[in-house]
Ligand binder design. Structure first.
Ligand code: KG4
Ligand code: ZN
Length: 346
């Protein structure tokens, strides 16, 4: 049994959690969303300062909620890449300080590996290999999960990530930040067939389309043109119909590629992770297509789809149980491919 305290500060949530293997002992998430809403998006310097103000209280709360002493903690971890450098540094420095103070092993964790591990929190018996569909604010990828620390990217978006597309479309509809949850809610009462929008296929040099790569920037531009056209015509904006049509297009595009990829690689399980895994349209489309193709699809509970530290602790516990430990000199990186996760450990 391995118990880890982990800190996540890669973007706009200050999160601390304690996890025993795949079981959550405590999970604290202090969201900065209200702080950034006034700017319409995350301001990196504001995020770093807010993490600094919140981190000590969040650590104390996580220890208190878990009702465990430091002697029961086997390791201390923090997200070290990818993310906002200043924000990552706050969590990493706090974790290193705790590790030195309490004489515990220290582990840096790749944020996207954390999103993959979020599925284990609700499906503790899941084991690789499986396909991970990662759909967050910064990434959209199809990952072949081989084992702890071994990942192969099979497909990705060539431009905007799925969450970024939700946020940008919400901004042009003047719906505020973050866009995903608002569009999801408005889409419930809209007609998904009201407007035909492009799915964002990626052409191959020899003809045809890439089976697993996609692009969301054309879709975002198509929504912009549609809004401009409707405004020129002087019509009131049918925000619910636009939201429903946009959401259905994203859900269809992601579903088609994930199902094709799982079938081609003979993987019978698709585990979805990242903030957009909370999207009701994606959940419905992917579940229906998976059932029709005899595939299993797993979605983490909503609280573990968006950024949290329990998923980071879960990944760290698995690494620690294999004696993967990071050097205390480990730094943060704004970008790091998932295939390079093992370079974080000695
Ligand atoms: O994984 P996450 O919390 O942070 C990153 O690692 O990026 O994902 C945040 C993204 C945001 O773009 C947000 O708009 C999107 O996830 N999101 C959603 C929903 N909830 C959050 N997108 C669509 N539908 C949702 N219900
Ligand atoms: Zn994330």
């Amino acid at each position: 049994m391995t118990t880890v305290l982990a800190i996540e500060t890669s973007c706009d949530e200050t999160a601390v959690a304690i996890v025993n293997n795949r079981q959550v002992c405590s999970s604290i998430i202090a969201s900065q969303i209200p702080v950034h809403q006034q700017y319409g998006g995350v301001v990196p310097e504001v995020a770093s300062r807010a993490h600094l103000e919140t981190i000590n209280g969040a650590i104390a709360q996580a220890m208190d909620q878990a009702q465990l002493g430091w002697d029961k903690i086997d390791g201390i971890a923090a997200t070290c890449a990818p993310g906002l450098v200043g924000a990552l540094l706050v969590g990493l420095t706090a974790a290193k300080t705790l590790a030195i103070l309490h004489n515990k092993p220290f582990l840096g964790v790749h944020h996207l590996e954390g999103h993959i591990y979020a599925t284990y929190l609700s499906e503790p018996t899941l084991d690789p290999p499986f396909l991970s569909l990662l759909v967050s604010g910064g990434h959209t990828s199809l990952i072949y999960v081989k084992e702890c620390g071994r990942y192969e990217s099979l497909g990705e978006t060539r431009d905007d990530a799925a969450g970024e597309a939700f946020d940008k479309v919400a901004r042009l509809l003047k719906l505020g930040y973050p866009g995903g949850p608002v569009i999801d809610k408005l889409a419930q009462t809209g007609n998904p067939q009201a407007f035909a929008l492009p799915e964002g296929k990626v052409s191959l040099p020899g003809g045809g389309y890439h089976p697993y790569d996609g692009s969301f920037s054309g879709l975002k531009t198509a929504v912009l043109r549609l809004v401009q056209q409707l405004e020129r015509d002087g019509d009131p904006l049918p925000i619910e119909d636009i939201s429903a049509s946009f959401q259905a297009t994203v859900a269809k595009a992601l579903t088609k590629r994930a199902i094709a990829c799982a079938l081609d690689y003979g993987l019978d399980t698709i585990a979805v992770g990242g903030g957009v895994a909370a999207n009701s349209g994606l959940r419905q489309h992917l579940q229906a297509a998976a059932t029709a193709n005899n595939l299993r699809v797993l979605f983490p509970p909503l609280k573990f789809c968006t950024d949290n530290a329990a998923m980071i602790a879960c990944a760290a516990a698995d690494h620690l149980s294999r004696n993967h430990i990071s050097p205390i000199t480990l730094g943060v990186e704004s970008r790091l491919s998932l295939s390079q996760v093992m370079k974080l450990y000695q």
